[in-house]
Write a protein that binds this ligand. Sequence first.
Ligand SMILES: [Zn+2]
Length: 239
Amino acid sequence: MSKYAVVKQLHVDEEGNGGASSGWYAHSGEERNQRPAPTMRLETASENEPDEFESYDPAFEALVREMIERLGEDPEREGLVRTPMRVAKSMDFLTSGYRTTVDEVLNDAIFDEDIDDMVLVKDIEFYSMCEHHMLPFYGKAHVAYIPNGKIIGLSKLARIVDVFARRLQVQERLTGQVAEALVDLLEPKGVAVVTNASHFCMMMRGVQKQGSTTTTAAFRGSFKVDESLRQQFLDMIKG
Ligand SMILES: [Zn+2]
């Protein structure tokens, strides 16, 4: 059990949702197919028609506008007038995991390799949203597996975490889904996933415990039955 890989800070914003330039982005491929395509219209900016005519997903924007109103705010005031569009766009990205499959992000990056030592990628940054309050929770995921003839591109582990993080989640399920995805993909000898996260729904409201973090773990195969292997993994992610 000597050979392992440790890669830190692999989080990549691969979707390229900058929104910086024109504010538009298009998903490549079919990842939009599973939801009604938002009517995207950008009524070409003539000088007289400022960009409040921009729209990303009119139905969603109408909901956000109503929410703003119900909060007692004026959706027409300058700072808020484009907010529904921004929120629609942002929510689309933050829930893009619903329209992305593990196979898509994997892009065939599975290789035959005859090693059976632990592979660990730790400190994979992730951002998700709790399904109870739709508030963010974020933290680090540590993902390890013992290959059984197949290995996966290391950066793909981070992408798999994102597929499941960009949904409405509970941390426990997120952790388990990442583990199950690896079991399905690689049929490895074992999988271990630990996530450590801070939940805004605990920090900003409710018990208002800013310092607390939540850790959940999923062990499969050899990590489940072999206590010393599990301990080795836990020692390795400690630092
Ligand atoms: Zn919550």
